[in-house]
Design a protein around this ligand. Structure first.
Ligand code: ATP
Ligand code: MG
Length: 473
């Protein structure tokens, strides 16, 4: 039994790093405080155990607790089958087509409870005939199998809440302690099985400051073209998570360096070396996107207060800006410009599973951008009408990011923010005098609700004044 008085104690580098072991290492005294574990996750585990099942905390939450970070969510792994879980928790439902698992639903969160499962055997029909790509992996197994099917050693740890021990079938505990990212087993194989793991490696290393193992880094370079084989909506999901992780500037840099951006978005990569003229910037596209992303990192800090659309606007800004800039050189009208963006970006959006709603919002954000710095207002909407548009807040937030990234005069953003606040105050007082009728009507026309509360909210964080773009963060 390994005894560690503190996770900060450097664990000796294991020569068998990344190699699975038959019997788990049990690590005690890991300074995970019971109070830092979600009480609902604790209740779920206790109930599963009371009914004779094994149940542990697993994955990202154990990794984050050991790293001293606040877990985004708590996942549970158990020997109970999805239908048994469903029967034990009235507030649960079974989800998943690729593999079935249970979601236990609470007012403000969802706790994912999954049955231990294993990777399909290599000779199984669940592998594509011409390669390693995993198409299905719904085979139940033991805790060890479940640990080994996971992507990185740091993501394969179980935490037994009653004994307060970490159960480690790989070298995850040592790797967390040494802040090292490596796959379970040979990286070349694990990345080819599921190339989305390349994006996950980028996200974990940038967000958590983990050093990518040399062999893994080489495999990421070698297998980057495999990303084109992954299901596009999964890639899009990982890209949004990467943009929202609070370290998106570094993550984008790594994507550019690996060539992952070109593989996933060839249409967006083409203008990356040209200047972001639409935004009146002398930065070339890749630097412009990184600069804006870095502001989003500072403001949102991985808390996911921004919507997917706002993050996608950062990603698509340069290409969309170029399209409009070219249109401006001709005599196209505003609605023509929107149609032009649509024509060029819809194929990317459809391929990646970006919703029509998000793409429309991206278009509104980018098209409205020059209005903030306009000296004379010709045509509609007038400034008063502009602040009332439903896309105004996100557009203003995007302007805030760009203007801070480009060191623009902060008074422009602050003035618009004041206009918006004045309008909010007017709305409030007119609502009060009309007995709240208007606000009820307004809310009932609100957009689609998200399935997962953890996926973020549509509203940007409360706007703040700033003096030079980031003093308020
Ligand atoms: P985060 O804190 O960002 O949510 P996470 O580690 O919880 O990070 P998730 O995507 O929520 O990441 O996945 C939960 C767990 O499922 C991971 O920790 C990992 O063990 C496993 N997992 C997720 N995606 C994969 C994958 N593509 N291949 C293998 N294992 C995976
Ligand atoms: Mg997670």
């Amino acid at each position: 039994m390994t005894k560690n008085t503190s996770i900060n104690k450097r664990v000796e580098r294991d020569d068998q790093a990344g190699t699975p072991s038959e019997r788990p290492r049990i690590v005690e005294n890991t300074i995970i405080f019971p109070a830092s574990i979600d009480p609902d996750a604790v209740k779920i585990i206790k109930r599963l155990k009371r009914y004779g099942h094994k149940a542990y905390l697993v994955g990202g939450c154990v990794r984050d607790l050991l790293l001293g970070a606040i877990p985004k969510d708590f996942d549970v792994a158990t020997s109970a089958r999805p239908r048994q879980i469903r029967r034990l928790f009235r507030n649960s439902k079974i989800i998943g087509r690729r593999f079935k698992l249970a979601h236990v639903l609470f007012r403000d969160k969802i706790i994912e409870v999954s049955t231990f499962r294993k990777s399909p055997a290599e000779d199984s029909k669940q592998f594509q005939s011409d390669g390693l790509l995993i198409l299905r992996d719904n085979v139940y197994g033991e805790p060890r199998d479940d640990a080994l099917r996971r992507d990185f050693t740091v993501n394969a740890l179980f935490y037994e809440i009653e004994d307060q021990v970490v159960i480690d079938y790989t070298t995850g505990f040592a790797d967390v302690s040494n802040r090292r990212l490596q796959t379970i087993g040979p990286p070349q194989i694990r990345l080819c099985e599921d190339p989305v793991r390349i994006l996950r490696a980028i996200r974990f290393s940038c967000r958590l400051g983990l050093e990518v193992d040399a062999e893994l880094r080489a495999a990421m370079h070698e297998s980057v073209s495999e990303l084109s084989k992954s299901a596009h909506p999964r890639v899009k999901e990982e890209i949004v998570r990467l943009l929202a992780c609070g370290a998106s500037c570094d993550a984008l840099e790594m994507m550019f360096e690996l060539g992952a951006f070109e593989v996933i978005f060839p249409e967006l990569a083409e203008p990356l070396d040209r200047k972001a003229t639409y935004f009146n910037s002398s930065l070339v596209g890749r630097e412009f996107i990184k600069a804006v992303a870095s502001r989003a990192d500072r403001i949102d800090r991985g808390r996911r207060h921004y919507s997917d659309a706002l993050f996608l606007a950062v990603l698509l800004s340069h290409k969309a800006g170029e399209i409009i800039f070219e249109a401006l050189s001709g005599d196209a009208q505003v609605h023509d410009r929107a149609a032009l963006i649509d024509e060029e970006l819809r194929p990317v959006a459809m391929r990646m599973g970006i919703s029509k709603r998000d793409l429309n919002r991206v278009k509104q954000i980018i098209l409205a951008f020059p209005r903030f710095e306009r000296k004379k207002w010709r045509g509609r909407p007038r400034p008063r009408e502009f602040v009332r548009r439903d896309y105004f807040r996100e557009t203003l937030e995007f302007y805030r990011l760009v203007s801070a990234a480009l060191d623009r005069d902060p008074r422009i953003y602050n003035r618009w923010l004041e206009r918006w606040e004045e309008w909010q105050a007017e709305e409030k007082s007119s609502n009060r005098s009309s007995g709240g009728q208007q606000s009820r009507r307004r809310r009932s026309r609100g957009g689609r609700r998200r399935r997962t509360p953890a996926a973020g909210s549509d509203t940007p964080p409360p706007p703040k004044k700033h003096s030079n773009g980031d003093s308020s963060e």
